[in-house]
Unconditional design. Structure first.
Length: 393
């Protein structure tokens, strides 16, 4: 697995700052001062304390390219996973606050936002469409089809038949409030529909302008090759982080490198665990958090796996990094065509995550960290048996 680390230089391109600030102009903040606070907040500043009104600052200017040729897509080096704003990550702030957070992510430089039809179902796409409407044409919302959803409920079956993909595409366009889907992933493999047929459906949608590019999630190298031969892929999205590196061993990353396909690691902080904010006493919302169904999130597993977080913390402490930043920095250092999509409901975590790009470690430092982490056995599977059946086809 070591050969992947830092074998290529980062392909960084500068953001067009002027255009970006212009588009951000509407974001000027206004404050309502409650009585009693004016002395602190509204006192006339002395010359020394005047701070020039700065345009919103881009925290993360780095850009990366997923895919090649006509399938290429330039995006921010870190994307944003929208899922947890109303699905699978326990409670979240109210919609207004979440929209503010999404706008802040755009302001700080994020151009890639990830959702899926099955998140909610449907309400996560609706939320992403509403929140990102002011930035139509400036940022990309990626979404996913495949899980069957009937009358707003997931059935647990897969359906990537031509008719359903076309229908789901139309419905996603409406919910996302866009004319074209920038990147449409197949969420899980459908045993009843060969991937070549799915690729042909997508090719039709691309010709019609309803979809720009496509990708696959949690598939094998063979499936990637078959799909790519019919319609070039932009990205593969699979789980990848310091506690789950199967894509390094099963040939998926090698295939992406060979074919010029980008890679988008989901759950890059292992669903929050690698941040150190979760522990054996964490209680997940039993109506809205899939972590309670995952073997790695039982109290025993979390207690045992905390050793890994301790390694990340030790590595970060002498470099000024948090463990979440170490986890994402390691992924970003793997290859310039890798774009993790962490999710958060907190502005402080957003800023922390985007600041990962401020730190540069040498390949030797990353390798030493990796060696130490790999010497610890992870306790608990990543998915339960039912969820595992749906991946790796
Ligand atoms: N293709 C697929 O099959 C698939 C599967 C799962 C997920 N995804 C995508 O991947 C995205 C991210 O995945 P994920 O939510 O599973 O995992 P993640 O990004 O690894 O972790 C998210 C969790 O970590 C916490 N967090 C984020 N930044 C933090 C920080 N700096 N410090 C402390 N805690 C932090 C968040 O809580 P706070 O809100 O408290 O920050 C949240 O609960 C999803 O939104 C979704 O778009 C795709």
């Amino acid at each position: 697995m070591n050969k992947d680390i830092m074998e290529e230089n980062n392909n960084t391109s500068e953001v067009n700052r002027r255009g970006f600030f212009k588009s951000m102009a509407f974001m000027g903040a206004t404050f309502m001062l409650p009585s009693g606070f004016d002395k602190i907040f509204a006192a006339a500043p002395s010359d020394k304390t005047i701070i020039k009104n700065k345009a919103p600052s881009i925290v993360m200017p780095e850009r990366r390219i997923l895919g090649t040729g006509k399938a290429a897509m330039e995006v921010s080096a870190l994307g944003f996973g929208v899922m947890g704003m109303n699905y699978n990550r326990s409670q979240s702030p109210d919609k207004k606050q979440c929209i503010k957070l999404i706008h802040s992510a755009v302001e700080k430089g994020v151009t890639l936002f990830d959702t899926a039809i099955v998140y909610g179902p449907l309400i996560n796409e609706e939320f992403a469409g509403e929140a990102l409407r002011p930035f139509k044409g400036q940022v990309a919302i990626t979404t996913k089809f495949g899980h069957e959803v009937i009358n707003g409920k997931a059935t647990g079956r897969q359906d990537s038949s031509r008719k359903t993909v076309r229908q789901y595409c139309e419905e996603s366009l409406r919910r996302l409030k866009v004319e074209t889907i920038e990147l449409f992933y197949q969420h899980r493999f459908d045993r009843n529909t060969p991937v070549e047929d799915v690729a042909e459906t997508i090719a039709e949608l691309i010709k019609e302008g309803k979809v720009q590019r496509w990708g696959l999630c949690e598939v094998t190298p063979e499936t990637i090759r078959r799909a790519h031969a019919v319609q070039p892929l932009t990205a593969i999205q699979s789980e990848y982080h310091m506690m789950w590196n199967v894509v390094e061993k099963n040939g998926v990353l090698d295939t992406c490198r060979e074919l010029g396909i980008g890679f988008v690691p989901y759950s890059p902080i292992n669903r929050g665990f690698l941040s150190g904010n979760l522990n054996e006493y964490t209680v997940f919302d039993n109506t809205n958090d899939n972590r309670q169904t995952l073997p790695r999130f039982t109290p025993d597993a979390m207690r045992a796996n905390m050793k890994i977080v301790e390694v990340l913390n030790r590595f970060g402490r002498t470099r000024g990094m948090t463990s979440a930043q170490v986890a994402m920095g390691w992924l970003l250092a793997k290859a310039p065509w890798i774009v993790p999509i962490p999710g958060t409901t907190k502005i402080s975590h957003l800023e922390e995550n985007l600041r990962t790009l401020d730190f540069k470690c040498t390949p030797e430092e990353w390798l030493a960290l990796e060696k130490e982490v790999l010497s610890i056995s992870v306790v608990g599977d990543r998915y339960n048996a039912e969820q595992e059946k749906q991946v790796g086809h």
